[in-house]
Design a protein around this ligand. Structure first.
Ligand code: CA
Ligand code: CA
Ligand code: CA
Length: 112
């Protein structure tokens, strides 16, 4: 279940992240919307969950990424996607998803 969500955001950061946020318990305070803080926490959890062998890097067997997506996430250009880079890549999708820029993702925005 968790893996299926992770794979889905591997296809496209924004669209996949929306599905991930909508289908996850990211809304910790239960107010029906995802704050930037809740989004960041959830990104950290899913990034650490993706690193199955706990070596700090996200490898092909752990999360299927296209070479373009991998390049986009590899912020320091060392050819590896670290847990932190994956997390930041997800957090970077927040602004794109928050269409009205109020700092929260509501149900409509999470639909994409
Ligand atoms: Ca919330
Ligand atoms: Ca890197
Ligand atoms: Ca919003």
């Amino acid at each position: 279940m968790h893996m299926r969500i992770l794979v889905s955001f591997g296809i496209s950061i924004a669209a996949g992240t929306a599905a991930w946020a909508a289908g996850s318990p990211a809304d910790y305070d239960g107010d029906g919307r995802i704050s930037r803080e809740e989004f960041r926490n959830q990104a950290a959890r899913s990034a650490f969950a993706a690193d199955k062998n706990n070596n700090g890097a996200i490898e092909d067997g752990e999360l299927k990424l296209s070479s373009d997506h991998r390049k986009a996430l590899d912020a320091n250009g060392d050819g590896k996607v670290s847990v932190e880079e994956l997390q930041e890549g997800q957090v970077g999708g927040f602004g794109e998803l928050d269409k009205n820029s109020d700092g929260f993702l509501d149900a409509n925005e999470m639909k994409g």
